[in-house]
Design a protein around this ligand. Structure first.
Ligand code: 4AD
Ligand code: MG
Length: 431
C-alpha cells in the first residue's frame, strides 16, 4: 500500500491506498461521515461508514476541525457522480495536526478579509485551479519559445535607469548611488539578442503606479522575447502564434479547472479560429469618437476605450502605429510618418485590456541619442545601450507579455489580484 496523489487516483481503482492532505469540509448523516480531503493536486470525498471503522477512528473523525492535516487509508471506488469520478471508502484515519479555528469558512468573505488571509485563501479550490493554470501558462510560453529557438537570459532586477518612463520607478539606494527596481528587462534583452539572436527574459517587474484598477499590480511578472533581424510585422506574427499555442495548451490540459472557474471556453476556442484583427491607432480614435468617447488623437487609451475596441472582435486585436509622444523612447518611427511608431498593443477580448506591448526598436544611433535627450533620460546610464547601435546595429523587435493579465483573461477573473500568489497592490504588501 502506497501514499498516492489525488490527481492520480484513477490509477488505483479498487486498490487500498493512503492519502495525505487536509480536511477541506465534513458533513455527516447519522452513520456516515463525508470528509472532503484536499492534497494540493485535487479534492476527493472520503466516505466513512460507522460499521466499517473502529469506534476510535469514528470518534476521531467526528472531531477533526477544518484544515487539520491528516492521513487516510481506504479503498478507491469508482463514483460516476463525483467530479473526480472516484471516492475513497475509509478504513482508517490519523490526524497529523488538529487545526485551530480556521478563519476562512466556506461562506462568502469580503475581498479585504481574503487578501489579509491570502496565505490561507490560496488553499481554496478556485485559487488552486488558478495557480495550476498559471503554471501551465508559464510552461506553455516557455515550451513555445524553446521550440522557436529562443534562449532564456535573466535580466537584472536592480537597474541604473528607467526603461518605461520615469514616473513609475521604484527608487532604492545602491551603496551611495541611486538604483531602481526593474520596470522591464527589455534593454538587456536587446543586448542579449545581439549576442544570441533570439532571447527572452521572465521575471518580476515593478511599477510604482498609483493606480487602483483591477488591471494593475505594483509587482507583476513579464515575459519579454527579443529578436534580431525581426521587424514589426513579424513581431506581431510571433505574438499571435505564441498566444494561440498557450490558449490551446490550457484548453487541452484544464477543462475541469476552467469549469470550476465557470469560464466560457467557447470564447477561448474562438481565439484559435481565425487570424487576430489589426487596427491602426488612427482608426481606433475615429471609432471611439464616433461612439461618443472623450478622446483626441494623441491621447492614450483608458480602460473603457480598450474595452470598446476589444468588443469589436471576438478574438484579440492589435492596435498599431501609436503616436511616438505617448510611447517609450526606444520605439522606431514609421519611416514615411515619423510621428507614429512601429508598435502594437495586443488587446484581449472581453474587456481584459492590453496583454502585450511590443515594438520594433530604434536601430539608428543618432535618432536614439535624440530620443534619450528628448525624454530627459541620463545619457551616461544608457551608453552601453547606445553601444548596441555602434557595433553591428540591426533591425530588431520584441514584446512583453504581462503574465497576470494573460492569466486573468484565460481564467475569466474580474481582478488581477487572484492571478498572482501574493499580490502587491497600492497600499498592500501584506502578507
Ligand atoms: O506595455 P509595457 O509597459 O511594455 C514594456 O514594458 C516593454 N518593455 C515590453 C517589451 O517590449 N519587451 O508592459 C508590457 C505588458 C503589458 O502589456 C501588460 O500586460 C503588462 O506588461 N503590465 C502590467 N501588468 C500588471 N500590472 C501592471 N501595472 C502592468 N503594467 C504593464
Ligand atoms: Mg503598454
Amino acid at each position: 500500500m502506497s501514499t498516492v496523489l489525488i490527481k492520480d487516483i484513477g490509477q488505483y481503482k479498487d486498490d487500498k491506498v493512503t492519502l495525505k492532505g487536509w480536511l477541506y469540509n465534513r458533513r455527516s448523516s447519522g452513520k456516515i461521515q463525508f470528509l472532503i480531503i484536499r492534497d494540493g493536486t485535487g479534492f476527493i470525498q472520503a466516505v466513512m461508514v460507522q460499521s466499517e471503522v473502529s469506534a476510535q477512528d469514528w470518534e476521531l473523525a467526528a472531531g477533526i476541525t477544518q484544515e487539520s492535516s491528516l492521513e487516510v487509508t481506504g479503498t478507491v471506488r469508482e463514483d460516476k457522480r463525483s467530479p473526480l469520478g472516484y471516492e475513497l471508502a475509509v478504513e482508517s484515519i490519523a490526524v497529523i495536526h488538529q487545526a485551530e479555528d480556521y478563519p476562512i469558512s466556506l461562506k462568502e468573505h469580503g475581498v479585504d478579509f481574503l487578501l489579509d488571509h491570502r496565505h490561507l485563501w490560496l488553499r481554496t479550490p478556485r485559487q488552486v485551479a488558478i495557480m495550476h493554470i498559471r503554471n501551465t501558462i508559464v510552461k506553455a510560453l516557455r515550451d513555445w519559445l524553446d521550440s522557436e529557438g529562443f534562449t532564456l537570459i535573466d535580466a537584472p532586477i536592480m537597474t541604473p535607469a528607467a526603461c518605461e518612463g520615469t514616473t513609475t520607478l521604484f527608487e532604492t539606494e545602491y551603496f551611495g548611488d541611486k538604483a531602481y527596481l526593474s520596470q522591464s528587462g527589455q534593454l538587456y534583452m536587446e543586448a542579449a539578442a545581439m549576442a544570441l539572436g533570439r532571447v527572452y527574459c521572465f521575471g518580476p517587474t515593478f511599477r510604482a503606479e498609483k493606480s487602483k484598477t483591477r488591471r494593475h499590480l505594483i509587482e507583476f511578472w513579464m515575459m519579454e522575447p527579443e529578436m534580431a533581424f525581426v521587424d514589426h510585422e513579424e513581431n506581431m506574427a510571433m505574438q499571435e502564434a505564441m498566444v494561440k499555442y498557450v490558449v490551446k495548451a490550457v484548453l487541452e490540459k484544464h477543462p475541469a479547472d476552467l469549469k470550476l472557474l465557470e469560464r466560457d471556453t467557447a470564447k477561448l476556442e474562438a481565439v484559435l479560429a481565425r487570424p487576430f484583427a489589426k487596427m491602426s491607432y488612427d482608426a481606433a480614435i475615429e471609432y471611439l469618437q464616433s461612439q461618443g468617447h472623450e478622446i483626441q488623437w494623441g491621447d492614450d487609451f483608458g480602460a473603457p476605450d480598450e474595452t470598446a475596441l476589444a468588443n469589436l472582435h471576438d478574438g484579440p486585436v492589435f492596435i498599431e502605429h501609436f503616436p511616438a509622444a505617448i510611447k517609450a523612447f526606444y520605439m522606431k518611427p514609421v519611416p514615411e510618418r515619423p510621428e507614429v511608431v512601429l508598435a502594437a498593443d495586443l488587446l484581449a477580448p472581453e474587456g481584459y485590456g492590453e496583454i502585450i506591448g511590443g515594438s520594433q526598436r530604434i536601430d539608428d544611433l543618432n535618432l536614439l541619442l535624440r530620443r534619450i535627450q528628448e525624454h530627459k533620460l541620463p545619457q551616461e546610464a544608457f551608453e552601453w545601450y547606445l553601444d548596441l547601435r555602434r557595433y553591428g546595429s540591426v533591425p530588431h523587435s520584441g514584446f512583453g507579455i504581462g503574465l497576470e493579465r494573460f492569466i486573468s483573461w484565460i481564467c475569466g477573473l474580474s481582478h488581477l489580484r487572484e492571478a498572482i500568489p501574493f499580490p502587491r497592490l497600492l497600499n498592500r504588501i501584506y502578507p
